[in-house]
Ligand binder design. Structure first.
Ligand SMILES: Cc1cc2nc3c(=O)[nH]c(=O)nc-3n(C[C@H](O)[C@H](O)[C@H](O)COP(=O)(O)OP(=O)(O)OC[C@H]3O[C@@H](n4cnc5c(N)ncnc54)[C@H](O)[C@@H]3O)c2cc1C
Length: 318
């Protein structure tokens, strides 16, 4: 069975600042994949099996590693932890001759016949480039965020685990009225919901309060003072009051890792995601994108499907 340990032939679990593989990396490959989450690993697997030379560069911060247990990833009747799934995906991909390095890519430039990517202490060129750089959830101000995530008390994704919240006492932390939409979404799963606003957020409008009231959703008038978790429950202090929840959803937004694509002038949509066509090509020829960084539902299966589609199209272009 896989464990949380990195697979023996991978250095992807080392920190982003660590050196690249001990073996020298090739200066030129058919395809570079940036990002080693489910999208990047799937793309590298497909490309290697298409007998293309591949370089996989990853800063090892996959969202997958934060999932305590996923129950909507098909094939696992009891669910699967994100770290186990990541280890399995790495092990499968790295059975093929994929060059890897645990680095954070800082730059990408167009070059004759392809691209050059650069990181601290290195660079490489490829004819085709896939971005699978994902997103990062903006965390709440509270101690032990990772522990709360691992315990399933703090949550980021109602699509992923709303089912786990059925009939629970659920809190939502928001810094804008976008939190109202998340509260209404979760109302389908439980009637016990309270919306909390961050310090400094504008007060909820009259219209927002009306929509919440009509749906039977409570809200706190005072902004959040502090959040603590203790013995499987999570307590939100607001004003002089406190509310205890079974789980707390964080609706503070995402950082979408499109910086490299923007260096090449790739188009993003109104929400900030990379615009891709049905083959997962971006608006820049030779640049592809899959997973959370591109348009679509932020889900493991969607990330993998997009990566498979992109890799097949890249293979045809190579
Ligand atoms: C708490 C939580 C629970 C979730 N539960 C589920 C669930 O149950 N089911 C489900 O389907 N989905 C779930 N998700 C969502 C799922 O984790 C993501 O949809 C999935 O991981 C996206 O894969 P990805 O490959 O696009 O991005 P990621 O997995 O985030 O991987 C991106 C990788 O790119 C690397 N990277 C970024 N920039 C650079 C750079 N410049 N240079 C080098 N590397 C870089 C990052 O370090 C990271 O390793 C959950 C997410 C969270 C946070």
């Amino acid at each position: 069975m896989p464990t949380d340990q990195p697979s023996s032939n991978s250095d992807l679990n080392t920190s982003a600042s660590s050196a690249a593989d001990a073996a020298p990396l090739p200066a030129q490959v058919d395809a570079i994949v940036i990002g080693g989450g489910p999208a990047g690993l799937t793309a590298a697997l497909y490309l290697a099996r298409f007998r293309r030379s591949v370089l996989l560069l990853d800063a090892a911060q996959s969202r997958l590693s934060k999932i305590p247990r996923s129950h909507n990833y098909p094939g696992f009747t009891e669910g699967v932890t994100g770290s186990d799934l990541l280890a399995m995906l790495r092990e499968q991909t790295l059975r093929y001759p994929v060059h890897t390095a645990a680095v954070h890519v800082d730059s990408v430039q167009r070059r004759e016949g392809g691209f050059e990517v650069g990181w601290a202490g290195g660079s490489a060129r490829a004819r085709q480039l896939l971005l699978a750089t994902g997103v990062t959830d903006i965390p709440p101000s509270m101690p032990y965020v990772l522990e709360a995530l691992r315990a399933g008390m703090l949550r980021y994704c109602p699509v992923c685990d709303g089912y786990q919240a059925i009939d629970q006492a659920v809190g939502i932390i928001a810094d804008s009225e976008a939190g109202v939409g998340e509260a209404l979404y979760l109302r389908h799963f439980t009637p016990h919901i309270t919306l909390f606003m961050e310090q400094g957020a504008a007060a909820l409008s009259e219209g927002a309060r009306r929509r919440l009231a009509e749906a039977g959703i409570a809200w706190a008038d005072e902004p959040i003072g502090s959040i603590r978790h203790w013995e499987g429950r999570i307590t939100v202090h607001h004003g002089k009051r406190e509310t205890v929840c079974d789980s707390l959803y964080c609706a503070l937004g995402l950082e979408i890792h499109t910086g490299l694509a923007q260096q090449l002038g790739a188009k993003t949509d109104d929400d900030g995601y990379l615009v891709v066509d049905s083959h997962h090509a971006t608006s820049v020829p030779g640049l592809w994108a899959a997973g959370d960084v591109s348009q679509g539902l932020n889900q493991i299966t969607v990330a993998m499907a997009g990566a498979a589609i992109a890799a097949a199209a890249m293979h045809r272009r190579l």
